[in-house]
Ligand binder design. Structure first.
Ligand SMILES: *Cc1c(COP(=O)(O)O)cnc(C)c1O
Length: 454
């Protein structure tokens, strides 16, 4: 029987080339076949089409690489919610840059695993360089871990606080990401203290009260860019309160963190430099394919509790002999080189290139908000803080708003999110596509109008 070729080694690229032609053709055909931001018909119709296209999942005789790639990639592309389409704007679901996806292919072909130096000699060094460079955006001399995303970064931040203080008390805003209370649960920490966020941002006066009432080590988590509205908590005030009460500060900047690259918008992260740790997701405003998360820490010594030894990966004598010890850089063992696509992006675009993408995306949100504000039959929740715009048809009920969103999804016409704010349900446009034009945004509003009950 013919043994399928490998992706690596000097012959790997030759084996990959014809397969990539198949994959790229299938991606193109799938996108054209879909003809919109997502497949029409809703979950049942999609399930029927996928099951029909797939047929037998695990046949006893295989169909061969070309057929399998062509069929399954086309099926997935045809049935994708594609963030590269301007009408796909529900979530912090980024359209990845082509150069980052190309870099990720190389990562797959080489398959370094970052749990030991002998599986990833250059990748380990690249990760060390990139993580230090990104942490230096926040503090000189900081360090960062590569994670699977904001959820893991927040978990690690809580874990590191627990290792310093024991049963640390998480104090979070009512606007904090759901992964934080889950992390507290996972780590066996006390129920989080939740501080009101009446205007969508953590209220400093209430935080002051909460910290005054607490008599144990606390970790305050502030958010720089909430998932629902993009709101940024008042970081300088929160940092001052943490300092006064002896609490530690973690900032969940999964969404808003990349504003640090922009001369125009960096100021909105003022106060972040006082945080002990920061969550940053480059698979949001960083245009990376999933996963590209980071947990940055001001003091690299804080990472010490993650140190861990397994003789086959980082025996003491190997470490003493100079082999880098990587196991303490994650809770995972086998670990992808997500750093490659990040490094390629930072180098290819440079700070100005990345800042331009951030600026462009935030400007789009302001344009969209202006279109909504000028529209006689739509209400705007507020001026966007980052790239999220909440809006709703004037006078609609919450059920109607939810119905509009589902109708757009079912008809395959637009992917919008939903968010509760002000006690009401809103349609949410999370703009992340820097190629979207104001014309596209006007079209998106027309599409929403077309689904609004009269
Ligand atoms: C997206 C997000 C997270 C979770 O990140 P994942 O990458 O989805 O795990 C956490 N916090 C905030 C504010 C986010 O926007």
């Amino acid at each position: 029987m013919h043994t399928p070729p490998l992706a690596g080694g000097p012959t790997g690229p030759c084996a990959l080339h014809p397969l990539l032609d198949v994959v790229l053709a299938a991606l193109r055909e799938g996108a054209v076949g879909r003809g919109g931001p997502l497949p029409h018909g809703g979950p049942e119709a999609v399930a029927v089409r996928v099951a029909a296209a797939v047929g037998e999942v695990f046949p006893s005789r295989g169909t061969g690489a070309e057929e399998a790639l062509s069929t399954l990639v086309r099926t997935l592309a045809e049935g994708a919610a594609d963030p590269a389409d301007p009408r796909c704007a529900a979530h912090l679901h980024t359209p990845p840059l082509a150069l980052a996806a190309a870099a990720d292919l190389a990562a797959c072909a080489l398959n370094p695993s970052l749990d030991s130096w002998d599986q990833a000699p250059a990748a380990a060094e690249l990760e060390a360089l990139v993580t230090r460079a990104l942490a230096a955006e926040f503090w000189p001399g900081g360090d960062a871990l590569v994670t699977s995303g904001g959820t893991e970064s927040n978990q690690l931040a809580l874990l590191l606080a627990r290792e310093r203080h024991g049963a640390v008390q998480l104090v979070q805003g009512a606007n904090a990401h759901h992964s934080l209370s889950r992390a507290a649960w996972l780590l066996g920490l006390p129920e989080p203290v939740t501080v009101p966020a009446p205007a969508g941002t953590l209220d400093p006066a209430s935080l002051d009260e909460a910290l005054t009432a607490l008599h144990r080590p606390s970790l305050v988590v502030a958010t720089a860019g909430t998932t629902d509205t993009g709101a940024v908590d008042p970081l300088p005030e929160i940092a001052a309160l943490c300092a006064r009460h002896g609490a530690e500060l973690h900032v969940d900047a999964a969404y808003g963190g990349p504003l640090i690259f922009s001369d125009t918008h960096r100021d909105r992260l003022r106060g972040l430099e006082h945080a002990h740790s920061v969550t940053l997701d480059l698979h949001k405003l960083g245009w990376q394919p999933v996963a590209a998360g980071l947990l940055a820490v001001r003091d690299p010594a804080r990472l010490a509790p993650l140190a861990h030894t397994a003789d086959y990966l980082n025996a003491d004598d190997d470490t003493e002999a100079g082999l880098p010890d990587l196991l303490g850089r994650s809770l995972r063992t086998t670990r992808r080189p997500d750093v490659l696509k990040i490094a390629v992006t930072l180098r290819a675009l440079g700070r100005t290139g990345l800042a331009d993408l951030v600026d462009r995306t935030l400007a789009l949100a302001r344009s969209f908000a202006a279109l909504v504000a000028d529209h006689p039959a739509l209400d705007l929740y507020e001026q966007p803080a980052l790239s999220t715009v909440l809006f709703r048809p004037t006078g609609a009920t919450d059920d109607e708003v939810a119905g509009i969103r589902r109708a757009l999804l079912t008809e395959g016409r637009a992917v919008l999110g939903r968010a509760r704010a002000d006690g009401r349900l809103w349609l949410k446009a999370t703009l992340l596509n820097p190629h979207t034009t104001t014309g596209d945004l006007a079209q998106l509003l027309k599409t929403v109008e077309g689904s609004t009950p009269r």
